[in-house]
Design a protein around this ligand. Structure first.
Ligand code: NAD
Ligand code: UD1
Length: 361
């Protein structure tokens, strides 16, 4: 099979996408990034996150402001570039919003994926890495959780879009053996690029633990609300498998390498560290490495939250040759560096971007 050269990254201006682009460019791939800025800072002049990625790598990144719901626009991009593989990050991901606006989530995440797959097929591009989530497992029956654990008993609409897409990919793989797809089930992505130049800066409100805790440390929020201290865990708080965003990025490069060399049909891998960390433990490490004090307020459990979830990541180690390398301390340190260097996130106006828009400099 020919070596991939050009990779299309959907959602490339977003949190995980912008970090992954750095590793892809450093690996020598030509990257075409697209994003509609539904949840990323940017405008007609481009994406500040990708401009920083260019600064970090010293390489140009081609960018299109494009919406996956606009099929002709996606088709044009495929007409213009010979794309070997797609890494599909673009999706809406806010759990609360997905419960209030299910049609928006089904339309964006499912129709966006359908459009993309159809355009790919019409251009004979059959290689894809898809961003799935550990959320597809629902409440774990066993821990650590392996890829063979049942999926589907999910309590929120966002999670169901990931599950439905995984089911769709199974049907596609059964019907047409040309496809070569890896679905990566991420655990809890945190941290930022160690340079402090790029990090997480969503335009929609965020509710995840680490960004919220950092807002408290910066004095922008008065207190961290801990959702439940009566779980059946050693300290009573919820346990998750936090993974550094740069480890996720290297997981995508490993997935590309596998697709490059093999026809595997459809495979699913957990990307996690294999270690469970409680809310209280994460707060303690964060306070220690940042030298801040996080005031806590214990409240009732959050609706839909599970008690504990951590990965068995041995399949990714065996078959992708990948494992997570960053510690919890590094996740907190890097996230805090990004937050303190950019307390208001990316510049929101007059973004002078050197990224190429619509194929022209
Ligand atoms: P993000 O919101 O930062 O990035 C997603 C990007 O996709 C955003 O920049 C958004 O503007 C873009 N987008 C959304 N709909 C689009 C459309 N129709 N056309 C073009 N662009 C569109 O989120 P992220 O944290 O970087 O997540 C990336 C992927 O990983 C998503 O699919 C998400 O569901 C999945 N995931 C994320 C987490 C997490 O906690 N961050 C966990 C598991 C899985
Ligand atoms: C959330 C999403 C999940 C998604 C995952 C990705 C929900 C219900 N689930 O999961 O679909 O795949 O992000 O990372 O939103 N916590 C607090 N106080 C806070 C925020 C969180 O105590 O202000 C606790 C939570 O109860 C949980 C842990 O911190 O125990 C992690 O929460 P969070 O970062 O929101 O991630 P998940 O709940 O795992």
């Amino acid at each position: 099979m020919p070596k991939f050269k050009t990779i299309l990254v959907t959602g490339g201006a977003g949190y995980i996408g912008s970090h992954c682009v750095i590793d892809l460019v450093n690996e020598g791939y030509d990257v075409i990034a697209i994003d509609n800025f539904a949840n990323a800072v940017g405008d007609d002049e481009g994406s500040p996150a990708l401009r920083k990625a260019e600064e970090i790598t010293g390489k140009k990144i081609t960018f299109y402001k494009a919406d996956l719901l606009d099929k002709p626009q996606i088709n044009e991009i495929f007409d213009k570039h010979e794309i070997d593989c797609v890494i599909h990050f673009a999706a809406l991901k806010a759990v609360g919003e997905s419960m209030q606006q299910p049609l928006l989530y089904y339309q964006n995440n499912l129709l966006g994926m359908l459009n993309l797959l159809e355009v790919m097929r019409s251009h004979s591009c059959y290689q894809m890495v898809f961003s799935s989530s550990c959320t597809v497992y629902g409440e774990p029956e066993t821990l650590p959780i392996t890829e063979t654990h049942p999926t589907g008993s999910i309590t929120n609409v966002y999670g169901r879009t990931k599950y439905f897409i995984e089911e769709m990919l199974k049907d596609l793989n059964t019907a047409d053996k040309n496809w070569n797809i890896i679905s990566l089930r991420y655990f809890n992505p945190v941290g930022a690029h160690p340079s402090g130049l790029i990090g997480e800066d969503p335009t929609k409100e965020f509710t995840n633990l680490m960004p919220f805790m950092a807002q408290v440390a910066l004095g922008k929020k008065p207190v961290l609300t801990v959702f439940g201290n009566d779980y059946n865990t050693p300290d009573g708080t919820g346990i998750r498998d936090y993974i550094h965003v740069m480890d996720l990025a290297s997981g995508h490069v490993a997935a590309l390498n596998l697709l490059n060399d093999n026809h595997i049909g459809l495979k699913v891998y957990n990307l996690g560290t294999g270690k469970g960390v409680s809310v209280k433990e994460l707060v303690t490490v964060f306070e220690r490495v940042t030298g801040t004090k996080i005031p806590l307020k214990y409240v009732d459990r959050r609706l839909g939250d599970i008690t504990a979830m951590w990965a068995d990541a041995s399949l990714a180690k065996e078959e992708l040759g990948w494992c997570a390398r960053y510690s919890i301390e590094e996740m907190c340190t890097d996230f805090w560096r990004w937050q303190t260097m950019n307390p208001n996130g990316y510049p929101k106006k007059n973004v002078k971007s050197s990224v190429i828009m619509n194929g022209t400099s």
